[in-house]
Design a protein around this ligand. Structure first.
Ligand code: HEC
Length: 152
């Protein structure tokens, strides 16, 4: 929250044209961040479903990647003025995010706990991985269902 307020203050001094470019950069970075989550999750989901062979070391690597990203400070990726109402067609982030940071944070905490659980069991066997991936997928979906638009 504090970071978001600092960003607001910083943006207030930037001319409108530059600001528009910066906000596009924020949206690109935000979507890129989530695309990386998706790419790691994709490998794990294929393995969990048995569509690729289970490999504990590979599963652990992707679980650890997700864990690493839970330490990333997301505040700047949610700069004000970057909802799908502000930038139609560019993002699916719903305005509700900016009206309900506490709710987003709650979904984020459930997500972090699911990642934590994943890192503990991903390397054990396919069944353990499967359970953890399912729980994590539920945490991703719970946030998407509430804070991400279905379409652009
Ligand atoms: C706390 C909320 C939240 C959680 C948890 C979350 N996401 Fe998202 N995700 C979003 C929002 C908001 C967007 C829309 C971003 C945008 O369009 O600017 C998004 C977008 C995405 C996208 C689309 C990126 C693009 O190219 O536009 C993918 C893929 C994705 N998330 C995957 C995941 C996966 C996989 C997980 C769990 C491992 C996850 N997300 C967890 C909120 C969340």
């Amino acid at each position: 929250m504090r970071k978001v307020l600092l960003i607001t203050a910083a943006l207030a001094t930037i001319p409108a044209s530059v600001m528009a470019a910066d906000l596009q950069e924020v949206v690109d970075a935000r979507r890129g961040f989530y695309a990386i989550l998706g790419a790691n999750m994709g490998v794990l989901a294929l393995m969990a479903r048995g569509e690729t062979e289970y490999d504990g070391a590979v599963a652990q690597t992707h679980a650890d990647n997700l864990k690493l990203l839970t330490a990333y400070s997301m505040g700047h990726l949610y700069a004000p003025g970057t909802s799908n109402a502000d930038m139609p067609g560019k993002t699916r982030a719903l305005p509700k995010i900016w009206e309900d940071f506490a709710g987003v944070q709650e979904k984020g905490m459930a997500y972090v706990q699911a990642v934590e659980n994943l890192t503990e069991v991903a390397g054990l066997d396919r069944a353990e991985l499967g359970g953890a991936v399912q729980r994590l997928g539920g945490a991703c979906k719970d946030c998407h269902d509430n804070y991400r638009a279905r379409d652009f």
